[in-house]
Every structure is written in structure tokens, then in C-alpha cells.
Design a protein around this ligand. Structure first.
Ligand code: GAL
Length: 958
């Protein structure tokens, strides 16, 4: 008996990168040589273990007619076979590297193909079979001959196959295993989704064709010249018609050029010609360097306004189509984002083509994360074990060789959350040696032993400020390096709060070169019953719930309020002023371009109604310059009332990423403030049988609670301090700071009782005294409702006095009430979207219209949402509400308690009432789901407070 009987499967648990592949090389989408896409429908068979089936399916003539089919590129788990698993950092299998479980879902893929008519003769040159991404390990056969096996899911692998090809009836067989030794290196926070999820292509390789090549295109900002040298494994010529360049490969040439930057993505068309092939080149001239402790491009320090992007599509997972990739880049550009970190693996190569074309700085990250080893104090971490070093070096090489010709890539990242170790150092050394023209990033290298940037994730504002001021200490090498937040502002659920305060630090301290919000898109999976599924929805035994939904985009790519906020916070032009000085201050915050690409306009609005508008001439300020630009006189005859200037900077012309007029930046200047609503105290409360009346108000005689305003029925009006805790309120389990969501719940703020102490009918007021407190606690809010009226309108003054020892802030402070019906909503105040105290930069004061349904923000896991800030007045359901001072308006067809209890949007069922919250204040949002909570100035302290609301009825508008 043999103890080692799985020889044929040894590759699965082998730490080596694989066998049989060609060396890694530059990736290019097109050339004049023929290729054949093997994407499409493949025959498919899923087995529960790696060795459940023999490999006879790889032979010609095998009958697979009883197999099912899957789409390639695709993940079988999203096509009805098996199911996805979500874990953040836990390995969903026992940790015993390099071993994997016996239960190892294995997908056999089969495709029979003929060569197209125009395929050159079988003896003319060779052919290469390329896999752009297979998770996590594959073995490949062509026409019955094994080509090899490989790991490295998001990296390309090529095999020479010319000698095996036939004109017709080629049988390509691929066996894909969900788990392999490679899984230990791919512990990124995302769904585990095996499959052939990127393209499969057969490339004809003519005799004398291009092999690998390296485009070196630097820019000297002092002379305005670019130097081009294309190193090529196969000699040839390089031409760039626009620059009259025609040189041999390996030969350098220097000519005047326009440089490439994310703001000016100037690409020159070139061609690399060898004896057997012509490869089009898109050349961007730019130089990345570290100097004066800063990261500079073309001599200028840059400020990264970035996002972390995972590849995600709610139906297709990481099998993205080109249109979706383009949509991502367009959405980024349209939201003022200028940088992307390809967390946490190299993206589909076409994405980088788009970054080159449209202009984004890229931190290109290797497919490496071993985060799960943190559970065992990083014991046996592959990055510190020489057995794994060849695999790590292979991954580094496949990243760099594939992507080295992209001007957009300015930084290589070794990977994410893999601890520290010799393997990482080896990767960094190899990369530095191979490509000295870019910087190296790796956040886990806290002392910057191997890296060129000091990077951190989720550091709070105070620490970032210390780093900015150079007061953070650390080793000498690190102190001389620029700083980036490779992740910050965790965009999970409602939030992130605190973006503006970070941006102020980035703009203030030059060492701080910006950061990347975590993350771009929610990885929700479209689900027939749940809307979007997250961790646990597929019955996983280990999972991390909705931590996988923490993006600035909802899964369907609709921008969340967080993205709208980010766009405003990072706008490249600042437009400020006090509204009465006659001028507006305009500052250019771009790194490279002047303002000539923007057209400015103004509008003058009184009470949210446009009174005048026009264009504004702003000089073409250079980067860093500011000017006080004259505003016109306020339009003559403008009515009295609260007035604002709104100044917008829009694109002067169409660009490749947005049409003319697209708003890039705006500012709102207050001309005259608001007059608080005044209600004379002339009406008297009248006591009837069961009701008390006061002006338009009808109250319950026993409880003093409001029943109607004019003809509009109102129910359950009372103080409300509870909100459906957000992901950021709840915080992450590992958070050491106070997490208020759980504390609020422990205190019982979600189940406060309202004790009625007195109903007092006075001369000119109805006063209701209550004590609001949770069971089992001695803390309370003494709450007095005082109603007065002028006969038409009802004024409610709410006075709140905390009693007892309050040690937590309040979630919210306001009143809530129920209306029997409401649909259309209009208001004058902040809009159009939701805003909270520390997520309010994008709110424009104006008159807005919406509906109750559209006021809901569709967070994948339901939670508090939808507040409109600084609302002066609002009308809905026949009620008009004016605030003194302005209030937060929230309206929904379910109660806060129902919202709080829901796990998915589909749990929210409209009831018979519309619940309206009119909040005097809200606790800040922060980003404690994986970072700091709200800054202290946004804490809603339990302190004495008084606020008033004025109610009247309006003609019902629907
Ligand atoms: C970071 C990690 C990311 C993600 C994030 C939280 O630690 O690098 O991959 O897990 O936290 O969403």
C-alpha cells in the first residue's frame, strides 16, 4: 500500500507556480497576427473533489454530450453550479499550508474548436494559448496532450501549442480546482469564486514575431522632451509618426513631446515592427521619481484622489466585460477621481488600457494576500518561507511583465495584508531591478524596508496630521518618504463620514500625497429573493456578512451618496466666498492643467427660485493659483428672501469622459440668511369632549398628542432618538474605540418608553410634559412639547433636558410622526441626496422635489438613510413643516424599527403610514465599520436642547 497515492494531483498542493508555461511577457490586445477568441459556451462538469473523475475527458472523441454548459469567461458558482463563499480574511478551509481540503470543487471544462479560414498554414510559425485569469489552479490539455498546470488566479499564463494544433476538431480541456496551494496566497477580502473568469485566446505566432518588449518613455520637464527606447527580445524598428520617430529597438531617441499625466492623458500612436509582426503601441511619456521626499511625476508632486477597485459585477462576479470596465473608468473620471489602486490583484489588462486612454494614476497590485495567517500570529506565513518564494517571484514577474508598458501605472504594489517576510523582500528586489522607473508600495512594510512610499490604512485624522507634520517618528528611511493612505474612508453602508477633514490634511501637508477610499463598489450578488446577496446568504459555514458591501457604488453601479460626497470633496477647483463681497474666490487645485478647460457660470437664487443666471469669466489660472473673480450685481428686482449665488465650473468642451457642461466643481455663497418662521401666539387651546383644539391642531384630550393638522391626520408624534444603526455605528468587531451602535442598543435607546407626566391647557399654549427613558436604566430625557398657534399654523417647541449619567451620544434628536399617506415631497434645503453632519459637503441649498420612495438610499443591508439636511421647510402628505432652526428630513414607508430589523431590502414592506422624522440633530457617521468613528465635533452629546417646528396643512399635492 502506498501512502502517497495522489501523484497525478500533486500540482494542486504544490507551492510552485506551475509547469509548462511560457515565460511572462508584455500583454497587448492587438497586432497584425491572427488570433482566435475561445470565449463562449464551454461544456462543463462539476465534481466534488479534485480526483472524482479521471482525465479521459481530455482525449479526442470523448462524449461530453451529457455535460452542462457554462459561459467562459465566468464563474461556475454564479451559473448555477455550487455557490459562492464570502470571507474577509479567514481561510474557509483548515490552515495547513500547502494542503487543501479533500472537498475541492473541480470544474472540468471542454471546448472543441476549428481554426478559422484565415488562420495561416499550420507550419507557418507557432501558436500560443493564453489564459488571462483562472481561479485558482488549472491543468490544461490540448488534443489529449497535457500542456501543464498553473496557479496565480488573476495573472496571465501562456502555453506554446503550435505543434499540437489541427485545422478542425481541436479539443481543449481545462480542469479547474477551487482550492490549491495558490489559495493560501489569494486570501483577499472578497468572494471565493472559482472558474475561467477571464479570456481564453489562441494567438498565432508568426515566424519572427514579437516576444517580450519594454517601452521606456520618459519625460524631462525641464527641457520638454521625451526619450523613447523600446527594448525588445526580437530586434525590429519602432516608429511614431506624429513624432517622426523611426528607430531600431534598443535605440533611444529624444524629441519634444507633450507629456502624459492623469489630467492630460496624451498618448502617441506608435508601432513596433519585427520581421514577423506589427504591434501597435500607445506611448505616454512620463517620469515618476522620488525627490525631496515626494512622489513626483514629470517634476510635479501629485495628489492622489483615489479609490480601491475590485473587479465586480452583480451577475458576473469578476468576469467583467469591456463595457463595464469602461463604465468604471468613466464614473471615476466624472466623480473627480484621479487614481485607482487595483486592490488586490492585477485587473483585466484592458482596464489599464482605459486608464492610459482616459487618465488615471494606477497603483497596480500583485495577486497576493495571506491575511488569514494573522489568526495564528503569522506562523507559517508563505511570504516568510523559502518554499514559496518561487511562487511569489513568479507572481511579481507576471504582474510587472504584463503591465510594464502602461504609462498609467506609476506604482507597483507587492500585494495586500500578507504580513512581512523574506519573500516580499525578494519580490521588491526583483521589481526594483527589473523596472527602476516606478515606485514600490506595500502597506504591510511598516518600516518601508522594501518600499518607496510610506502607506497606511484607516489611520485616523490626528495620526495622519502627525505624519503630515513629520512628527510620526519611525525609522530614518521612512521619515524621508511621502505618505499615502492606501485605504481610508471605509464606504460601508451609510458613509463614509469625515472625507472633507482628510482632504484638508492632504491639501495642507505636502508629505501627504492623498489616498484611496475603500472601496469602489459593493460586491453584492444579484439574488432572486434577496435583492443583493452578501456573506452568509449562501449558507456558508464561515462568513463575514455584509462587510463585502462597502463601496461607493451600489452593486448595480448607481453612485451612492458617498461617491457624490467624494466628488465634491476632491473637486479640482475650489469656489468659495461670503456672498456679499461681490467676488468669488476661485482656486486651481489641479496638479498640471490650468482652468482653460472649464467654463464657469453663476446663478442667483432666492428661496430656491432662479432669479438670474449667466456666465462668469475666470482667468485660466495655473495649478496652485487663485483669483477673486467679480460677480455681477444681484439681479435687479430680486424678491426679498434667502438668497444664494451658485457658481459652477463645467467642462468647456466635450472630453473623452464626459460631455461639455458636465459639472466638475461648484460653490454656493450665501447672500442673505434665513428669517426664522414667526407664529404669533394668538389662538387659545379649547378643551372639548375627547379632544383639545388649538388653531388647526386637534389633540387627544387624554394624552395631549397631536391627531390632526387641519384635515391631515397625524399619528404618534413624539420625541425620537433612535436610528437604524448604520454599519459605521455598529463598527467592526475588532474596533478598540467605543462603538456606539452596540452601546446604544445595550442602553436601550431602541426601546425607550414615553411616560406622560402632564397635559396642561394654558392661556395660549398646550403643554405636554413627558419623561423618555429605556427600561432598566436611570438615564432619561425630560421632554416638554409646547404647542401654540396663530389660528392658521401650529408651532411646536420641544425642550429636552437629559437626566442621569449619560455616557454616550444620542443617535438622533428630533420628533417623528406618522402620516396616512404621502408620496410627493418637496423641500427647501440641502439636496438632492442624503446628508449627515460629516457627509454634507455635496448638499446644495435649493428647492427640491422627490417622492418618499426615491428618498430611500438603497443600502444593500438596510440601515438609517435618506436624511435631507438643513431643511427650512418641507411639504408632504398635505402637511407643511417649517423648522426653527432648519432640520433633517427623513420619510419612509416603514418604521425605524422595521428598517433596523431588516437584513435585505426585500425585507422592507411598505405599511399603512409614512413615517417622518424631523431631526434637530444627528450623530455623525464616521467610518468605524473599519476605521475611525466620527470626529468629536460631530458627536451628538446628550445636552439640553430646544427646537421648534411649525405645522400647517397645504392643498394635498399627491
Ligand atoms: C483592509 C483590507 C481590504 C478590506 C478592508 C475592509 O484591511 O486591505 O481588503 O478588507 O480592510 O473592507
Amino acid at each position: 500500500m502506498s501512502f502517497h497515492h495522489r501523484t497525478a494531483l500533486d500540482y494542486v498542493e504544490d507551492t510552485s507556480p506551475g509547469t509548462g508555461m511560457l515565460p511572462p511577457r508584455a500583454w497587448y490586445a492587438t497586432s497584425d497576427s491572427t488570433s482566435l477568441s475561445l470565449n463562449g459556451s464551454w461544456r462543463f462538469r462539476l465534481s466534488p473533489t479534485a480526483d472524482a473523475e479521471d482525465d479521459s475527458f481530455t482525449e479526442e472523441g470523448y462524449d461530453a454530450s451529457d455535460w452542462t454548459e457554462v459561459a467562459v469567461p465566468g464563474h461556475w458558482g454564479l451559473q448555477g453550479h455550487g455557490s459562492p463563499i464570502y470571507t474577509n480574511h479567514l481561510y474557509p478551509f483548515p490552515v495547513d499550508p500547502p494542503h487543501v481540503p479533500t472537498e475541492n470543487p473541480t470544474g472540468d471544462h471542454l471546448r472543441v474548436f476549428d481554426l478559422p479560414q484565415d488562420w495561416p498554414g499550420l507550419t507557418e510559425g507557432g501558436a500560443v494559448l493564453r489564459f488571462d485569469g483562472v481561479e485558482s489552479c488549472a491543468r490544461v490539455w490540448l488534443n489529449g496532450t497535457v500542456l501543464g498546470d498553473f496557479k496565480g488566479s488573476r495573472l496571465p499564463h501562456e502555453f506554446a501549442v503550435g505543434h499540437l494544433l489541427k485545422s478542425v476538431g481541436n479539443v481543449l480541456a481545462v480542469r479547474v480546482h477551487q482550492w490549491s496551494a495558490g489559495s493560501y496566497l489569494e486570501d483577499q477580502d472578497q468572494w471565493w469564486l472559482p472558474g475561467i473568469f477571464r479570456d481564453v485566446t489562441l494567438l498565432h505566432r508568426p515566424t519572427g514575431c514579437v516576444l517580450d518588449f519594454f517601452v521606456h518613455a520618459s519625460y524631462d520637464h525641464r527641457s520638454g522632451t521625451g526619450t523613447l527606447r523600446v527594448d525588445s527580445d526580437v530586434d525590429g524598428r519602432v516608429t511614431v509618426a506624429d513624432l517622426a520617430i523611426d528607430v531600431k529597438t534598443g535605440e533611444a531617441v529624444t524629441v519634444p513631446v507633450e507629456p502624459w499625466s492623469a489630467e492630460t492623458p496624451r498618448l502617441y500612436d506608435g508601432v513596433l515592427v519585427t520581421e514577423g509582426e506589427r504591434v501597435p503601441l500607445l506611448i505616454g511619456f512620463r517620469t515618476v521619481e522620488l525627490s525631496d521626499g515626494l512622489m513626483k511625476v514629470n517634476g510635479t508632486p501629485i495628489l492622489l484622489k483615489g479609490v480601491n477597485r475590485h473587479e465586480w459585477h452583480p451577475h458576473k462576479g469578476r468576469a467583467l466585460d469591456l463595457a463595464t470596465m469602461r463604465e468604471d473608468v468613466l464614473l471615476m473620471k466624472r466623480h473627480n477621481i484621479n487614481a485607482v489602486r487595483t486592490s488586490h490583484y492585477p485587473p483585466h489588462p484592458a482596464f489599464l488600457d482605459l486608464c492610459d486612454e482616459l487618465g488615471l494614476w494606477v497603483v497596480d497590485e500583485c495577486d497576493l494576500e495571506t491575511h488569514g495567517f494573522t489568526e495564528q500570529g503569522w506562523r507559517d506565513n508563505p511570504v516568510d518561507d523559502d518554499h514559496w518564494t518561487p511562487a511569489l517571484l513568479d507572481r511579481a514577474a507576471r504582474l510587472v511583465e504584463r503591465d510594464k508598458n502602461h504609462p498609467s501605472v506609476i506604482v507597483w504594489s507587492l500585494g495586500n495584508e500578507a504580513g512581512t517576510g523574506r519573500g516580499l523582500t525578494a519580490m521588491a528586489e526583483w521589481i526594483h531591478e527589473r523596472d527602476s522607473t516606478r515606485l514600490i508600495h506595500y502597506e504591510g512594510d511598516l518600516n518601508c524596508r522594501d518600499t518607496d512610499l510610506y502607506a497606511r490604512m484607516y489611520a485616523d485624522h490626528a495620526e495622519v496630521e502627525r505624519i503630515g507634520r513629520g512628527l510620526d517618528g519611525g525609522p530614518r528611511r521612512r521619515r524621508r518618504l511621502p505618505f499615502i493612505l492606501c485605504e481610508y474612508a471605509h464606504a460601508m453602508g451609510n458613509g463614509p463620514g469625515g472625507l472633507a477633514a482628510y482632504q484638508r490634511l492632504f491639501e495642507r501637508y505636502e508629505r501627504l500625497q492623498g489616498g484611496f477610499v475603500w472601496e469602489w463598489i459593493d460586491h453584492g450578488i444579484a439574488h432572486p429573493d434577496l435583492g443583493y446577496a452578501y456573506g452568509g446568504d449562501f449558507g456558508e459555514e464561515l462568513h463575514d456578512g455584509n462587510f463585502v458591501c462597502d463601496g461607493l457604488l451600489f452593486p448595480d453601479r448607481q453612485p451612492s451618496p458617498g461617491l457624490v460626497e467624494y466628488k465634491k470633496v476632491i473637486e479640482p477647483v475650489s469656489i468659495t466666498g461670503d456672498g456679499t463681497s461681490g467676488t468669488v474666490r476661485v482656486s486651481n487645485k489641479y496638479d498640471f492643467v490650468d482652468l482653460s478647460g472649464l467654463a464657469f457660470s453663476w446663478s442667483y437664487r432666492v428661496e430656491g427660485e432662479a432669479v438670474g443666471s449667466g456666465t462668469l469669466s475666470v482667468p485660466p489660472l495655473a495649478p496652485g493659483e487663485s483669483a477673486d473673480v467679480h460677480l455681477p450685481e444681484p439681479p435687479p428686482g430680486a424678491p426679498a428672501g434667502e438668497a444664494h449665488w451658485t457658481v459652477c465650473a463645467g467642462l468647456a468642451d466635450d472630453t473623452r469622459w464626459a460631455p461639455q457642461g458636465h459639472v466638475v466643481a461648484w460653490g454656493q455663497l450665501t447672500v442673505s440668511g434665513r428669517r426664522a418662521p414667526y407664529v404669533a401666539t394668538t389662538a387659545r387651546p379649547v378643551s372639548g369632549d375627547a379632544v383639545i383644539t388649538l388653531g388647526p391642531g386637534t389633540f387627544d384630550a387624554g394624552t395631549g398628542s397631536l391627531r390632526a393638522v387641519g384635515g391631515v391626520a397625524v399619528s404618534d408624534l413624539r420625541l425620537d432618538v433612535w436610528r437604524a444603526t448604520t454599519d459605521n455605528d455598529d463598527g467592526a468587531a475588532w474596533q478598540t474605540d467605543l462603538r456606539y451602535g452596540p452601546l446604544w442598543r445595550r442602553l436601550g435607546l431602541h426601546r425607550v418608553q414615553h411616560r406622560l407626566d402632564a397635559v396642561e391647557i394654558g392661556e395660549d399654549a398646550l403643554t405636554v410634559r413627558t419623561r423618555v427613558a429605556p427600561a432598566a436604566r436611570e438615564v432619561a430625557l425630560s421632554t416638554v412639547y409646547r404647542w401654540t398657534s396663530d389660528g392658521d399654523r401650529l408651532r411646536l417647541t420641544v425642550s429636552v433636558t437629559p437626566r442621569g449619567d449619560w455616557r454616550v451620544p444620542l443617535p438622533r434628536l428630533g420628533i417623528r410622526l406618522g402620516l396616512t399617506a404621502a408620496d410627493r415631497v418637496q423641500w427647501f434645503g440641502g439636496g438632492p441626496g442624503e446628508a449627515y453632519p460629516d457627509t454634507r459637503m455635496a448638499a446644495v441649498v435649493d428647492r427640491w422635489q422627490s417622492t418618499v420612495d426615491r428618498m430611500q438610499t438603497p443600502y444593500v443591508r438596510p440601515q438609517e438613510n435618506g436624511a435631507r439636511i438643513d431643511v427650512r421647510w418641507a411639504e408632504l402628505g398635505g402637511l407643511r413643516i417649517e423648522g426653527d432652526p432648519a432640520f433633517f428630513l427623513t420619510a419612509r414607508r416603514w418604521t425605524t424599527e422595521q428598517l433596523d430589523a431588516a437584513a435585505h431590502r426585500t425585507d422592507l414592506v411598505p405599511g399603512n403610514s409614512v413615517w417622518v422624522n424631523l431631526d434637530h440633530a444627528q450623530h455623525g457617521i464616521g467610518s468605524q465599520s473599519c476605521g475611525p468613528g466620527p470626529l468629536p465635533q460631530y458627536h451628538l452629546r446628550a445636552e439640553p436642547a430646544e427646537f421648534a417646528l411649525v405645522f400647517s396643512s397645504t392643498p394635498v399635492t399627491g
